[in-house]
Each structure stands twice: as structure tokens, then as C-alpha cells.
Design a protein around this ligand. Sequence first.
Ligand code: 5GP
Ligand code: ZN
Length: 131
Amino acid sequence: MSKQNNHDIMTDCVFCKIIRGDIPTDMHYVSDRVVAFSDINPIAPVHILIIPVTHIASMNDITDDDAETIAELFFVAKKIAKEHGIAESGYKLLIRTGRDGGQEVPHVHLHIIGGAPLAEGICPCKSDDVE
Ligand code: 5GP
Ligand code: ZN
């Protein structure tokens, strides 16, 4: 149910709506496989989401057929970093997955976040939860 075999999921998915042009969005990159657009709620001066055009719910759902698409996500991140002047100052790339990963939108997306020094912020919510 993770790929383009579920019409309802794609109809409801906010990122599929952006790809279709149903939601006007500030695009930074468009190809047959990947698009990149500004996050609606940026947490840093540069906060852009890079996503596959194909609806893939999470990293758990990628397959060998998606290899070039997943690679393109990262090459687009490199390109965007350069274009936004943060390649040298640095940035973070983030793909949240599932409940514990804090994924809110069930369509794979690579965050590129930069333009300011970034806090670490990846520790477990409670350190004594770790076994
Ligand atoms: P997640 O928590 O799933 O890793 O990240 C989802 C991201 O999508 C959030 O940073 C959120 O601000 C962004 N987002 C959610 N809805 C929209 C939208 O309609 N447009 C855009 N541009 N970003 C969105
Ligand atoms: Zn989608």
C-alpha cells in the first residue's frame, strides 16, 4: 500500500497534492523523479524538503526500483546547499521514519536544514528508556 497502488492515499497525501500543483508551493527543484520545496514551518533560515514524485510512505517502503530516486534526493540536497550558500557553513539532512522517528507526513522526505548553527536534538526523549 506504499506505492502508487492506492488512489485514496495519494489523493489525501499533502505532498502528493503539492506535486500535482493543488497546493501552491515555493519550488526549488523539479525533475521526473524528485521535487524540492520550502517547508511551510521552517525551523532554520534554510529549510527545504526534497521528496520523491512517487508516493512512498516511508523509508521502510523503498525498494531496489527506487535506488536512483533515493540517490537523487541526496544529490539535490548537495545542489540546494550550494545554491543557498550553506555548503561551506554546513547543514543537516534528516529523514524521519515512523512513530519514534517523529514522521508526520507519510510521504518520504529529506529535510535540508541550515543557515544557522544547529542544536543536536536527536537524543531519546528519556535517556533511561535506552536499554
Ligand atoms: P516530518 O515531521 O514528517 O519529518 O516533517 C514534515 C514536514 O512537512 C514538517 O516540517 C512540516 O512543516 C512540513 N509540512 C507539512 N505540511 C506542509 C505543507 O502543506 N506544505 C509544506 N511546504 N510543508 C509542509
Ligand atoms: Zn504522497
